[in-house]
Ligand binder design. Structure first.
Ligand code: HAM
Length: 429
């Protein structure tokens, strides 16, 4: 038997309902905030990711699916969406008019990581990006947007960690200060951090090895927020003032939050939960003011985030908000004649967007009612030899148990469907 590749997962019929709920919630919130959808390719030139995410990040060093094409150009399955969106914005000059450009994107991403709970090699992101708005209000708004989206889905227990990573003016000095501090503790750091200390010392702050985390937390590592330049400090203060005004309650300042991608400047954030074990970030993002220019575009500021949809749906399922909505109507046809008599009615009722289920192989009343329960149908239309003879079926409301009769009109299925829809849909409104 040929199986799916390790770390690549099917999303099964029982799960897709939840995915659609998430997608619908995203579309609702994003529309309210004025975003437009963009769709970018799955494959880009490897160089795009190396130049944007950073050549000494884990993603670029060891997690990319890269391969030569038939002419030996190095291509890569996108490990994230920001780089591709930025490339498209530059290529089509979408931000050239200087007006804020608000985009969203949803699709699969690929990282060659060790698969575990909440970590796959193919996973999906909802990605949100804003160009041409350098103001701290947009940093706050985008965090509020993420919070609203998670809140709308009913996610409890998600905490927003927010930090500022400074800018090219203040970060180099901070890096030096951090290096000096870390060198004193070098021999206690994990081998990866001993190496990163010199190349990318900020990554040490984010190391998951307990020994490294203890050194950072308990030995007074310098905090970037104490080393911001006046502009970054003012920007950061304004973000926090907006977040306060918006009444966000689960927001924490985390001066040791660093992200696994190098393009960030100033505000960075992550939505974290205690319910996913080691993979605790449901979403992450931040400002990337220098990225568009560094990829050959105009000097356009950017900010965005991405939500990991596997982690999100997993959380929702664990919180048992997963409910599969049943059909509006299940037609219980008890013999072949009942199947014949209801066929036209079923099709006509569906054409007014009522969800109707029927089994074309007839069964006993008991088995049909069991099936209606399993499907979680709101109404059942019971149709057997007696009902056919009398020209009336029983229409049962599964919640109230009320059972009005329904006059069959085999010669006029459209008219019958209209009457049926009237009864079924009205009480829901
Ligand atoms: P990221 O933090 O690398 O950021 O990924 C965002 C989210 O994708 C994570 O918080 C996580 O939920 C999910 N994720 C990442 N890797 C995996 C994996 N292997 N399996 C399952 N889920 C995963 C970015 O990708 C940035 N492009 C976000 C951004 C947009 N920043 C600015 N704009």
């Amino acid at each position: 038997m040929i199986k799916a590749i390790r770390g690549f997962k099917d999303i099964l019929p029982d799960e897709t309902g939840l995915w659609q709920e998430v997608e619908a919630a995203a579309a609702r919130v994003l529309r309210a905030f004025g975003y437009q959808e963009i769709r970018v390719p799955v494959v880009e030139r490897t160089e795009l990711f190396a130049r944007s995410i950073g050549s000494d990040t884990d993603i670029v060093e060891k997690e990319m699916y890269s391969f030569p094409d038939r002419h030996d150009a190095s291509l890569t399955l996108r490990p994230e969406a920001t780089a591709g969106v930025v490339r498209a914005v530059i290529e089509h000059n979408l931000a050239g008019d200087g007006r804020p450009l608000k985009l969203w994107f949803m699709g699969p991403m690929f990282r060659y990581e060790r698969p575990q709970k909440g970590r796959q090699r193919q996973f999906h992101q909802l990605d949100v990006e804003v160009f041409n708005d350098p103001t701290p209000h947009m940093d706050a708004e985008i965090i509020i947007l993420l919070d609203r989206f998670l809140g709308d889905l009913g996610l409890a227990d998600v905490e927003m960690h927010v930090n500022s990573l400074g800018c090219p003016v203040c970060r180099p000095d901070y890096k030096e200060t951090l290096k000096v501090f870390l060198r004193q503790a070098k021999s206690d750091l994990c081998p990866d951090c001993q190496r990163r200390l010199e190349t990318n010392p900020l990554r040490v702050l984010d190391c998951k090895v307990p020994r490294c985390a203890d050194i950072v937390r308990d030995s007074g590592a310098p905090k970037i927020t104490d080393h911001l330049c006046p502009d970054c400090r003012a920007h950061d203060a304004s973000v926090w003032s907006d977040l306060g005004r918006a009444g966000l309650t689960r927001v924490h300042r985390n001066p040791f939050l660093v992200r696994g991608l190098d393009y960030y400047s100033r505000t960075t954030f992550e939505a974290r939960t205690g319910e996913l074990g080691a993979q605790n970030a449901v979403a992450g993002g931040g400002r990337y003011d220098g990225l568009v220019r560094s990829l050959g575009g105009p000097d356009v500021p950017g900010i965005g985030f991405a939500v990991g949809l596997e982690r999100l749906t997993m959380l929702l399922a664990e919180q048992s908000r997963a409910h599969r909505p049943g059909p509006d109507l299940y037609v219980a046809a008890l013999d072949d004649a009942a199947v014949e008599a209801s066929f036209g009615l079923v099709q006509a009722t569906r054409s007014s967007n009522v969800t109707v289920e029927i089994d074309y192989q007839p069964g006993s009343l008991k088995s049909r009612m069991k099936r209606a329960d399993k499907l979680n149908a709101a109404w059942v239309l019971i149709l057997g030899p007696e009902e056919l003879a009398g020209g009336q079926a029983i229409l049962r409301n599964m919640a109230t148990k009320e059972q009005p009769f329904f006059r069959l009109e085999p010669e006029a299925p459209d008219r019958a469907a209209a009457r049926l829809t009237e009864v079924i849909v009205k009480p829901k409104e």
